[in-house]
Design a protein around this ligand. Structure first.
Ligand code: UD1
Length: 425
């Protein structure tokens, strides 16, 4: 297993190219199941998670080919299997999104209940309720979901989500695109990735209105077309590098970052004393000299502060002047990075869903353990700012969601490298 070794205390200066959004790419890949024509995705991030989704789709009969640059072609001329086994679904929650498209196109499917990061219970009840509203008959047996469409296929319906779940909104949109008639999603999630999926489904021939608002209307089609679609820039990767620059100090332009997709973060960083500004096709981050100030945040569905940037923000706040209170409202059990940050010298107390971070003047390098995707990158951020050497173990979590992380950071002067972890004696 690899580990990442960082010699901290170096400023970051230069440019970082932001990749396509992982969370969008995975759902767009699932959309390939909706058409017998090729779906070509450009600006695709090259990640363990997208490869993993590719394996599952290939198993279902999709021809998946990585093209030149950041391109991927997915062609589901025929669906050869509607069974998604535990082994291919347990590692990553987004794979569960194949259920709706399979039922919509083939009339039935059997998909394992998902796994994913260990950040709380993360049920799929809202996904299943939504599919039932579209007419699917759902049964749960031995860890598998079996779904069957009525004769004539799924039918549009009114899906009222009790919580604005990202996954349930996207799953409903995917299924509704091939359902008869109109589906209305109330209390829909408003994340930019939803807008990206809506744009793709619309180009494929479904009519999707209202993405980015709480009411989304989808007019389903009997047949959808193959198209080419560019994946939206990754706002969480953007947030991560922005916070890395803020923690280590320096001046970096994030090329391909979308300013409008991270307003809550820019406000918090501005309050902390970091300079953030939109530039042509990107965002510029600057922190020279002065220590950042402690700022309180609370994670919220978009457009609120993203839960996926909470760990990285905590890494920055551990070096802030004064105290910062961080409340996590989306996932329980999402402070697993706190004990690891404490190993680097941070002063953090966690009570339930609230962490109190009393900023320290400096962090000191230490060996730490990655526990989930976003937690692990918060340790990289802390390591970049810490004095001395930080070793982040179990970096497979990082590889799930960050493309060429070491190359992107070392291109800005960071002293960071990947090493093979020595075998335990
Ligand atoms: C997506 C993102 C994830 C991000 C999250 C919130 C992907 C691949 N992942 O996850 O990175 O952190 O949005 O922005 O896009 N819930 C239920 N029942 C359901 C569905 C969700 O109770 O059927 C709960 C979850 O347990 C959680 C909350 O709703 O507490 C948020 O989940 P959701 O918005 O669905 O997130 P994901 O789509 O899983």
């Amino acid at each position: 297993m690899d580990r990442i070794v960082i010699q901290g205390g170096t400023r970051l200066d230069g440019r970082i190219a932001i990749s396509g959004a992982k969370n969008s790419a995975l759902k767009l890949m699932a959309a390939s199941l909706l058409t017998d024509e090729p779906l070509i995705l450009t600006n695709m991030p090259r990640l363990a998670d997208s490869r993993f989704m590719g394996h599952l789709l290939a198993r279902l009969g999709v021809r998946v080919e990585e093209g030149p640059g950041a391109q991927m072609q997915l062609h589901a001329a025929e669906i050869s299997d509607t069974f998604a086994p535990y082994d291919l679904v347990r590692k990553m929650r987004a794979t569960f999104n194949v259920l709706g498209p399979l039922v919509a196109r083939e009339g039935q499917a059997r998909v394992s209940l998902p796994g994913g990061c260990a950040i709380g219970a993360r049920p799929v009840d809202l996904h299943l309720k939504a599919l039932e509203t579209l007419g699917a008959e759902i049964t749960l047996t031995e860890g598998y979901v079996e779904a069957r469409a009525p004769k004539g296929g799924l039918v549009g319906g009114e899906v009222d989500l009790p919580f604005a779940s990202v996954g349930a909104t996207e799953h409903t949109m995917l299924a509704a695109a091939l359902a008869r008639g109109e589906t209305v999603i109330e209390n829909a999630a408003r994340e930019p990735e939803i807008g990206d999926l809506a744009a793709c489904l619309t180009a494929m021939g479904a009519e999707v209105e209202g993405a980015g608002t709480s009411t989304i209307r989808i007019q389903g089609r009997e047949k959808l077309d193959g198209i080419t679609h560019a994946v939206v820039g990754d706002r969480i990767e953007t947030a991560t590098y922005a916070l890395a620059v803020a923690a280590a100090g320096g001046e970096v332009t994030l090329d391909g970052a979308v300013w409008a997709h991270n307003k809550a973060l820019w406000n918090a960083m501005g309050e902390a004393g970091v300079t953030v500004k939109p530039v042509e096709n990107g965002v510029r981050i600057e922190r020279n000299g002065a220590r950042v100030k402690g700022v309180d945040i609370e994670t919220q569905p978009y457009p609120g502060f993203p839960t996926d940037a909470q760990a990285q923000f905590m890494a920055l706040m551990s070096l802030g002047e004064g105290t910062s209170v961080i409340r996590e409202t989306i996932f329980e059990n999402r402070f697993m990075h706190a004990p690891e940050l404490i190993r680097l010298g941070a002063d953090i107390t966690v009570h339930g869903n609230e962490a109190v971070v009393r900023g320290v003047e400096r962090l000191k390098g230490a060996p730490v353990m990655a526990t989930d995707l976003r937690a692990s990158v918060s340790l990289v951020i802390a390591g970049l700012a810490a004095e001395g050497e930080t070793v982040v173990n179990r970096v497979y979590h990082l590889d799930r969601g960050f493309e060429r992380l070491e190359a992107k950071l070392s291109g800005c002067g960071a002293r960071i490298e990947r090493q093979a972890e020595p075998a335990e004696s």
